[in-house]
Design a protein around this ligand. Structure first.
Ligand SMILES: Nc1nc2c(ncn2[C@@H]2O[C@H](COP(=O)(O)O[C@H]3[C@@H](O)[C@H](n4cnc5c(=O)[nH]c(N)nc54)O[C@@H]3COP(=O)(O)O)[C@@H](O)[C@H]2O)c(=O)[nH]1
Length: 509
């Protein structure tokens, strides 16, 4: 069948590996799609959350500014200083509250009256300035909130600690920064100038209230960390599923093509070959013929014995073309060397019952005998007693046609079935082959000896040619010799071998 090529080992391995990679690739795609969606969703939520928290922090500064707004422009007396300090103590996150006039700070919550310069032009949106520290706490980041009222105003220092805490907490799977003007703070609280954040997918969200942006970068390493944190089960499951699918692919491909289609394929490729077992004269043990026994020369599995495929071949009817192939091969290989065969050499073919309904059998026998017209041989069709031949008009006319051509009929495995005598009555049988199971028990089993004696007696009375098959020992030969049987066959004389080996070993040169 056309699909049989699929179960060749290397095709099976290649397709299984392919199945593994397809499933694994689909798994990688599914995991990366799922995690990238999850990561985007989570980071977008982190961004919104960070803006909300920074806004809340700056709202505190704005609240403090509201409270001291009426002091703007007033002299820095004790009441004003006290009011400024009160706000530092009262409002969370606020570290200093200062008043300025023009570009000069003149009143501070920390030092009271103090003159200091303020560069108001550096403030983003005139409101916010990120600072890496101030003279009191150098290296400690802070954000200055400014409220200007006609050239005078309030400057509020907000502790950067809260801001970098927000960044740190929300940057588990991304690099989160707070950007104010061209300065930005990372999650460690470090202040940077200009661009310079890492490569990756970028997102940004601006505050609606204050002039700053929260920016977020998803780096490759973040993606992988997210995968390990949130898709651990899938990471284990997909390779296992891929291995399972590859294994199933391998196993299922092994079953592609039904056994019958496999036989058909083998038949088309002529993988069924004849082996020959010698049959020798019962007296002088010289070669007189050969039984043709089928073997399946499988390209991968090697030589397959008949018991593994003959039953299915018989059941499916494929045995008929397979037997025809045997006859054709033996004819074509022995025809040209017929001169080397002993006189009256006989070829025995096993023929199943179903074949006796097929008229091609007559044609095949004719062609077979014709191939040996210059050195005639005997053709023996061996019928097994295990299968019943239907007694019909077709079978009888077929038997008659075969007889007219001189084809001999042998009864194989005699004694093992239930119809031996019926057979002998209904069909003209020329040769009787005593089953090897009886021969094998000679000398060990008295009953088997009696059966052999009686079968020989019956066959002689019916004037049939007798073959004792399955001879393996000298003891068996010694037992049978006094009966003067026509032929012996068995491993003692030779096992079934390929045609070329049979020719080399048995034919005269
Ligand atoms: N319809 C067809 N059936 C066939 C064909 N070729 C074989 N067969 C059937 O398979 C049966 C087993 O065949 P095989 O394995 O080849 O065995 C044969 C011999 O090897 C074996 N034998 C012969 N001598 C001995 C022996 O001394 N000891 C021993 N243990 N085994 C021995 O016997 C088988 C031959 O038997 P038989 O056919 O009864 O003469 C075979 O029996 C067939 O049924 C085929 O082409 N067509």
């Amino acid at each position: 069948m056309a699909l049989n090529w699929l179960n060749r080992p290397y095709i099976r391995i290649c397709l299984s590996v392919l199945a593994f990679f397809i499933v694994a690739a689909l798994g990688v795609l599914a995991i990366s799609w799922q995690t990238s969606q999850g990561l985007r969703r989570d980071t977008a939520a982190s961004l919104a959350q960070s803006v909300r928290l920074v806004d809340m922090t700056l709202n505190n500064a704005s609240t403090a500014a509201d409270s001291v707004q009426h002091l703007v422009g007033q002299d820095c007396d004790q009441d004003v200083i006290q009011a400024l300090r009160w706000e530092v103590a009262r409002v969370p996150n606020v570290r200093t509250v200062n008043l300025y006039r023009g570009d000069t700070i003149y009143c501070t919550s920390l030092f009271g009256k103090k003159i200091d310069y303020v560069s108001t032009d550096k403030y983003a949106g005139e409101t916010l300035l990120l600072m890496s520290g101030n003279p009191v706490t150098p290296g400690h980041p802070l954000i200055a909130y400014r409220r200007d009222i006609k050239g005078n105003g309030i400057l509020i220092g907000v502790d950067g600690y809260f801001l970098h805490n927000i960044l740190e907490l929300l940057s588990t799977h991304a690099y989160l920064i707070l950007q104010v003007g061209d300065q930005w703070m990372d999650s460690k609280g470090k202040i940077h100038q200009g661009e310079g954040w890492p490569d990756g997918t970028r997102m940004a969200l601006a505050s609606a209230r204050y002039p700053y942006n929260m920016r977020l970068v998803i780096r490759n390493s973040d993606q992988w960390r997210y995968v390990f944190d949130y898709a651990t089960v899938s990471l284990v499951l997909f390779p296992l599923v891929s291995i399972f699918i590859a294994f199933m692919t391998y196993m299922l491909l092994g079953r592609v093509g039904s056994p019958i289609s496999t036989l058909k394929d083998a038949l088309a490729k002529k993988q069924f070959v004849p082996f020959l077992q010698p049959v020798v004269d019962g007296t002088n043990h010289r070669l007189t013929g050969g039984e043709v026994l089928m073997r399946w020369q499988h390209p991968q599995s090697g030589l397959i014995p008949p018991y593994q495929f003959i039953p299915l071949a018989e059941e499916s009817g494929l045995i008929v073309p397979m037997t025809r192939l045997m006859m054709a091969q033996v004819r074509d290989q022995f025809g040209p060397v017929a001169a080397q065969l002993p006189d009256n050499f006989h070829f025995g073919f096993n023929i199943c019952a179903g074949h006796f309904k097929d008229l091609t059998l007559v044609e095949d026998c004719k062609a077979f005998l014709h191939a040996f017209k210059d050195k005639p041989v005997l053709l023996v069709l061996e019928l097994t007693e295990r299968e019943l031949i239907e007694s019909s008009e077709i079978t009888h006319s077929l038997f008659s046609a075969l007889r007219r051509m001189g084809v001999l009929i042998a009864m194989d495995d005699f004694g093992t079935g239930h119809s031996s005598l019926t057979y002998l009555q209904k069909f003209h049988i020329d040769i009787l082959k005593i089953d090897q199971s009886f021969i094998g028990r000679i000398g060990t089993d008295a009953l088997a000896g009696h059966i052999v004696d009686n079968v020989i007696d019956l066959a002689k009375r019916l004037q049939m040619v007798i073959v004792a098959e399955g001879i393996e020992t000298q003891e068996q030969i010694d037992y049978l010799t006094p009966f003067h049987l026509d032929y012996f066959q068995g491993y003692f004389f030779g096992k079934p071998v390929p045609v070329t080996e049979f020719m080399e070993k048995w034919l005269q040169r």
